[in-house]
Ligand binder design. Structure first.
Ligand code: GLY
Length: 496
């Protein structure tokens, strides 16, 4: 492929190449994560490949990541992508043939296809890719800079050292909730003291009510009282409420000061602390007042979850299940095979479950940080209905992950009814949710009210309801053409 000596020449030359490919054939991109590419090169004994000029570096993984990022705008031009992580060569071939047989005719006939492939967008601006710091599970490639996500067990005590390594050691404003601080405050304080970092802490009552403009206002007062300034850091230690509130305050105080997330809930670790969306609630709409603010790093210590109530762990794991269904066969199989160990918070299984979720989400967010291409929207699998279930039950009957399990079942049912998904995969999804003790249906919900709540979302978005459906494991698709009767019947299937 091309190296980018000068953008205009490179764009011209890559345009010719992609145009020639487009005219000749159905173009399939075989996607894989950098870790998978490196593992394949090494596993099949191709160590000489690692001597290739492009990979001759002390850190081939970072180099592969960098090359992929530089080429992503070209890869994105393909007609079809097969995510090959976890697939055998035979499965990749079968997927490619299936895509060709089922979709090629329609895609090749699309107006403007060749032109689009001949005029690729400019290469992404050069970014400085830092080597993945030791202990980081993966990096999130955000426009505002790349940042590492650390996933481990018993690693909270390293918080101060990580702040120091990241150059965030001038002053830390630690925001937490009263319950989390009761359990973890001493350890956080000891870690900051050991690293010689001055700090102050502020706690809010646990619960969604703290995710408000009033709480943010209290925090602004506190920061002003303490003469907080741009070189100081907000460290949010807690669940989704705290990371959202702390993130929103860090993003808006003095037009933005550095932010570090230390998620302590399962939902926070596998999902909410990654991605940069931070918000507080408006009295009339959840998450309505918010911004994108990426943290400088995320530290997820799975061991801190040992004090969480079981229901909260199960509910958070619904998001891990969602990520696996969007990601790969291998990821789903991991959650199937390790359910008991993960539910018991067995060290290795739990760290691996968090790591897999985080790294999948990191990859998605890196591709579509501001949710403009549709790639990031796939993370809403199950969410459209989950939000309607939560709002029509006053946010009290179901935890978010529980509502999401029901939402995923409805979305899966729509996928089957639309002829996209094999019924066996839907059965597997149901079995997986059940293994984790999550509801797959609920009585007493009112179909008409749910439909009205979904429609309200539609009105807010000013467009048709866009459902995230599945064409298979690892193959989400956005559809805004789901017939009303298919939606109604899918709702009925989860309301009995
Ligand atoms: N903070 C959650 C997200 O960005 O997806």
């Amino acid at each position: 492929m091309t190296t980018w000596s000068s953008p205009p020449a490179a764009a011209l030359s890559s345009g010719r190449r992609t145009g020639a490919l487009a005219e000749a054939a159905f173009v399939v991109c075989l996607e894989a994560r950098p870790e998978t590419i490196l593992a394949r090169l090494t596993a099949r004994g191709d160590t000489e490949q690692l001597d290739r000029p492009l990979l001759a570096t002390d850190d081939p993984l970072a180099r592969i990541t960098e090359l992929k990022a530089a080429r992503q705008h070209l890869y994105a031009l393909c007609d079809w992508a097969v995510h090959t992580d976890g697939l055998t060569p035979e499965q990749v071939a079968a997927e490619t043939i299936r895509a060709h047989d089922e979709r090629a005719a329609e895609i090749l006939a699309a107006a403007g296809r060749v032109e689009a492939m001949t005029a690729p967008a400019a290469p992404a601006p050069a970014r400085t890719l830092h080597a993945v710091p030791e202990g980081a599970a993966c990096m999130v490639g955000a426009a505002s800079g790349e940042y590492p996500v650390f996933v481990g067990w018993g690693t909270l005590s390293g918080l101060g050292g990580l702040l120091r390594d990241a150059g965030l050691d001038r002053y830390a404003y630690v925001i937490s909730d009263e319950t989390v601080w009761h359990h973890l405050g001493d350890e956080v304080e000891a870690s900051l003291r050991a690293a010689g970092i001055e700090f102050d802490s502020y706690t809010v009552p646990p619960g969604e009510a703290s995710k408000s403009l009033d709480s943010a206002s209290g925090l602004y007062d506190w920061l002003i009282d303490h003469r907080a300034e741009r070189g100081h850091t907000v460290v949010a230690v807690g669940g989704g409420v705290v990371t959202d509130l702390g993130g929103y305050v860090a993003a808006t105080f003095a037009r933005g000061i550095p932010l570090v997330h230390v998620p302590t809930s399962m939902l926070g670790q596998v999902d909410a602390a990654i991605g940069g969306k931070v918000a507080v609630n408006h009295p009339r709409a959840k998450n309505m007042i918010g911004v994108f603010q990426q943290p400088r790093f995320v530290l997820a210590d799975a061991a801190v979850m040992r004090t969480l109530p079981e229901r909260e762990i199960r509910s958070g794991l619904a998001e891990a299940i969602k990520m696996s269904l969007l990601d790969s066969e291998d990821h789903v199989a991991f959650l199937e095979d390790n359910a008991e160990a993960i539910l018991k918070l067995d060290r290795d299984a739990t760290v691996e479950a968090v790591r897999r979720s985080v790294c999948f989400k990191a990859a998605v967010v890196s591709e579509d940080e501001f949710e403009t291409t549709g790639r990031r929207s796939v993370l809403n699998y199950g969410h459209t209905l989950a939000h309607a279930i939560e709002s029509t039950t006053g946010y009290s009957r179901f935890r978010h992950g529980e509502a999401d399990g029901i939402g995923m079942m409805a979305a899966g049912r729509m996928s089957v009814a639309m002829g996209l998904l094999a019924p066996e995969i839907l059965d597997r999804q149901r079995a997986l949710l059940e293994r984790y003790g999550l509801p797959t249906n609920a009585d007493g919900l009112d179909r008409a009210r749910l439909l009205a709540a979904v429609a309200l979302d539609k009105k807010v978005q000013g467009k048709k309801v866009r459902w995230v459906l599945l064409e298979g494991i690892g193959r989400p698709v956005l559809r805004d053409d789901v017939p009303g009767e298919v939606v109604a019947s899918a709702l009925d299937s989860v309301l009995d």
